[in-house]
Design a protein around this ligand. Structure first.
Ligand code: ITT
Length: 219
């Protein structure tokens, strides 16, 4: 039997880096969407992280014939009633510039919106929903959150997305300054994946055939 495999169903290189490190110890061959250049793009039009993650994971599992792991995540800011939420990746986009904004565009817009908000009211959390889907439609769902405060200015070059403005009081620095090893112990993604890893390890032992290709691409 070939090595067990699964597809990480994300096009975000920051997520891939973190998920790669978090899954390394399981001994699974990790594929990404770069291995399936013809895989149709999934439109993320769900109202919840779970709906978007399930849509991505199910579509990629059906296309590739392998289990697919999708992560839908974002930032919820209390002073903005939970925005940008599921729209975090597209927060700074507007009709005149429909291209996907950069991470810096997004966090600069957030800093502008919060400019008048005092420190005590800048609480926020990263949320991550992970869905592991199998080609026949079975899914396993886990969720993780990470609490913090939106800083007044960006700091640090690590991580991705809103990390430079996400202040971690317990480390006295931003998420972009703690380094990958610490981020992968405390992040929303790490917490969601930790729960999934227990189930994944069990399944790998009990039903290894689930991690072999179920059919050829796109059929
Ligand atoms: P895929 O759909 O291909 O996975 P995406 O970047 O479009 O990639 P999402 O729709 O889940 O992913 O949007 C997630 C956005 O939330 C991401 O672009 C960041 O702006 C933010 N985000 C998520 N996790 C983050 C993290 O760990 N650190 C900083 N920002 C994060």
């Amino acid at each position: 039997m070939a090595a067990p495999a699964l597809v990480i169903a994300t096009a975000n290189p920051g997520k891939i880096r973190e998920l790669d490190a978090l899954l390394a110890e399981l001994g699974i061959s990790l594929k990404t969407l770069a291995d399936y250049p013809e895989c149709p793009e999934v439109v993320e039009d769900g109202d919840t992280f779970k709906a978007n993650a399930a849509k991505k994971a199910l579509a990629v599992a059906a296309y590739t014939g392998l289990p697919a792991l999708a992560d839908d995540s974002g930032l919820e800011v209390d002073a903005l009633s939970g925005r940008p939420g599921v729209l975090s990746a597209r927060y700074a986009s507007d009709r005149t510039a429909p291209a996907r904004p950069t991470d810096e565009d997004n966090y600069r817009k957030l800093l502008e919106e919060l400019a008048e908000i005092p420190w005590e009211q800048r609480r926020a959390r990263f949320v991550c929903c992970i869905v592991l889907a199998f080609p026949k439609g079975r899914t396993i769902v886990t969720k993780g959150t990470c609490e913090g405060i939106i800083n007044f200015t960006p700091r640090g070059t690590g991580g991705f997305g809103y990390d430079p403005v996400f202040w971690l009081p317990q480390y006295n620095c931003t998420m972009a300054e703690v380094g990958l090893e610490v981020k992968n112990q405390i992040s929303h993604r790490a917490k969601a994946l930790q729960q999934l890893k227990t189930t994944l390890a069990e399944l790998l032992g009990r039903e290894p055939s689930l991690f072999q290709p179920a059919k050829s691409i796109g059929t």
